[in-house]
Design a protein around this ligand. Structure first.
Ligand SMILES: [Zn+2]
Length: 267
């Protein structure tokens, strides 16, 4: 780490739990963030600022005026432009040392295979990455910041299949949740908790969401991500943290593995 990096990350390095070793782990980390909306905004901002080595961003949406009430990554200058391009510029301004690449297409099984399958050589990956970027290493963690159950189940299935750690977040109205799945042993997966039969959920465009609710949940995802990547603190496989913003109550639960789960039951 050079003098500039030591200064930039000095408040991290002062923490005994982080120290130089933790900061170096962050610099060697590669994270995939799916969704650059209300949750993805604080996740991407904090992870870039905190010194993650590589961020890969996936979102096919363009910035709309109704996004700006809560999606703090984007501004009026980027209305009508891809969220990925807005994010790459903003994150580059915060921390030019963080390598950021983007994919402006909807998350799909094929794309996740290209990204997560460790047997696909980096030179043979078929991805439409922005700004001539490449994927140099295996993804350490996937952060799900999407706004629909179909995408979440798809991302979960790929993470189970390729044994990739997954942090999932969701928020609506003034309620939110964060769940952690390490996918390393015989722990549960996201689908053990949420089955496809619940696919008719409401979206934020129908039910509304308070600006700070996505901010809190996204920031919590970013914090859990830093802990997972540095391997510090209490990280419990299958933990589910629920927030009720109206009452200010938090609940912590542990998800059990469902033997007949369609995603992880046969793995
Ligand atoms: Zn499962």
């Amino acid at each position: 780490m050079d003098d500039e990096q030591l200064l930039r990350y000095s408040r991290h390095i002062l923490l005994p739990q982080v120290d130089l070793e933790g900061q170096e782990k962050l610099q060697l980390s590669k994270v995939l963030i799916v969704g650059l909306g209300g949750l993805g905004s604080p996740v991407a901002l904090y992870l870039a600022a905190a010194g993650i080595g590589e961020l890969l961003l996936c979102d096919y949406d363009r910035v709309e005026l109704s996004n700006l009430q809560r999606q703090i990554l984007h501004g009026v200058e980027y209305l009508g432009k891809y969220k990925v391009d807005s994010a790459i510029d903003r994150l580059g301004d915060i921390n030019p040392q963080c390598k950021v690449s983007g994919l402006t297409e909807a998350v799909s099984e094929e794309m996740l295979e290209q990204l997560l399958n460790p047997t696909i050589n980096k030179d043979s990956k078929q991805l439409n990455l922005s700004q001539d970027s490449t994927i140099d290493s295996t993804i350490d963690l996937v952060i799900d910041c999407t706004d629909n159950l179909t995408s979440r189940l798809l991302i979960n299935q790929a993470c189970v299949k390729y044994r990739t750690k997954l942090l999932s977040g969701a928020a609506i109205r003034m309620e939110g949740q964060v769940s952690v799945f390490l996918n390393q042993g015989d722990g549960p997966c996201y689908q053990c908790l949420f089955s496809t039969t619940q696919a008719d959920e409401l979206s934020c465009s129908e039910a509304g969401v308070l600006a700070t609710t996505v901010g809190i949940i996204g920031t919590l995802q970013a914090q859990e991500a830093l802990k997972i990547l540095m391997d510090i603190g209490d990280i419990k496989d299958g933990s589910l943290l629920l927030m009720d913003g109206m009452t200010g109550d938090w609940k912590k639960l542990t998800i059990s593995r469902k033997p007949d789960c369609l995603a992880c039951g046969k793995v």
